[in-house]
Design a protein around this ligand. Structure first.
Ligand SMILES: NC(=O)c1ccc[n+]([C@@H]2O[C@H](COP(=O)([O-])OP(=O)(O)OC[C@H]3O[C@@H](n4cnc5c(N)ncnc54)[C@H](O)[C@@H]3O)[C@@H](O)[C@H]2O)c1
Length: 317
């Protein structure tokens, strides 16, 4: 019940104020005094504490989730309309990458020295990654057809299994020319076609295919290991130089069941026993291609300079 006016306002109440104003203040003062446990005049500027309701139990509260990030790799066609050049895309891992990117809506084109080996229905352009004119010509043809470039996958590679004593300088140079210089040449030649002002998810991608041997080393693979170690180092340098406009990453597969592996001495022990591979088997080309598609797609938008290992645990470092 409201206290009598005389006790509430006492002598501090200004006598000259008009009635309407005084009544408003009276009401306010009464509320204040009952909340604070103090009686008396409250100046108009003082805050009347707000009466807060107890929060609703959680199950009745309206939940505010952050906007869900769609899983763009598996939802819809995350690469719709994008154009990729995949070197060595006619066979093995490269052919699987072309197929996987296309399945996600992209136009992936194989740049291969031997396009006749490409699976039926996939698009390819003749290109030798060791030859500058050939690489530039391939990009011109691609640009003439599509008028855009969203990424390259530098996958073309050759393997050499020879003791150092038997490796000629020509052998060594050939491996470096395809596996390392070819990666550099592709990145350099692609630059003029990339748009570097794209939003994060659509930034151009460079995916270089190295190998676990780029870390591990292996007897009788000196040239190959040197070339793949070089690809890893080159990727890091490019990632720093091209940031933030272009994302550059490495894929480092372990033994993968392709023609290249079938030509190696250890093929049988790897394929039969999964020797030295914690997951107990070699990879399929498609499993490596899934990682390549991730690096080409919007889900890897905040990754650059990384090495993505697809090796069943064979190399952990
Ligand atoms: N298969 C494996 O076990 C394995 C493991 C780790 C890394 N890798 C790497 O993965 C990549 C693909 O290997 P793969 O097993 O599919 O090999 P692959 O031999 O099956 O296919 C290689 C492709 O590259 C093409 N190519 C070769 N020289 C070329 C050149 N100068 N210019 C353009 N194209 C050329 C070939 O025509 C072929 O289509 C290579 O870089 C390889 O080093 C393979």
């Amino acid at each position: 019940m409201a206290p009598p006016l005389s006790t509430t306002f006492g002598s501090t109440r200004p006598e000259k104020r008009p009635w309407t104003r005084a009544i408003t203040r009276k009401t306010r003062a009464w509320k204040t005094s009952s909340l604070n446990g103090q009686a008396g005049w409250t100046t108009p500027s003082s805050r009347v504490p707000r009466i807060r309701r107890r929060p609703k139990p959680l199950r009745f509260q309206r939940r505010k989730w952050p906007d869900p990030m769609p899983n763009q790799l598996t939802d819809g066609l995350p690469l719709a309309g994008k154009v990729f050049a995949v070197t060595g895309g006619a066979r093995g891992i490269g052919a699987a990458i072309v197929a996987t990117l296309n399945a996600r809506g992209a136009n992936a084109v194989a740049f291969d020295i031997d396009p006749s080996a490409a699976p039926a229905g996939s698009e390819s352009i003749t290109c030798d990654v060791t030859d500058e004119a050939s690489v530039k010509g391939a990009f011109e043809s691609l640009n003439a057809k599509y008028g855009r470039l969203d990424g390259i996958v530098s996958n073309a590679g050759i393997m050499l299994e020879k003791p150092v004593a038997d490796t000629t300088l020509e052998d060594f140079d050939r491996v470096i020319a395809v596996n390392l210089r070819g990666v550099f040449l592709m990145a350099k030649s692609a630059l003029p076609y990339f748009r570097t002002d794209m939003p994060d998810a659509d930034k151009p991608r460079i995916v270089n295919v190295a190998s676990e041997l780029g870390h591990l080393g292996r007897p009788e693979y000196s040239a190959y290991c040197a070339s793949k170690g070089g690809v890893i180092a080159l990727t890091r340098a490019l990632a720093r130089e091209f940031a933030p406009g272009i994302l550059v990453n490495t894929l480092a597969p372990g033994p993968t069941d392709t023609d290249m592996l079938r030509a190696e001495k250890n093929y049988d022990s790897w394929v039969k026993d999964g020797e030295g591979i914690p997951l107990g088997r070699v990879a399929t080309a498609e499993e490596v291609a899934l990682a390549a598609a991730f690096l080409c797609g919007p889900d890897s938008r905040f990754m650059t300079g990384t090495i993505v290992d697809v090796n069943g645990g064979a190399a952990m470092y």
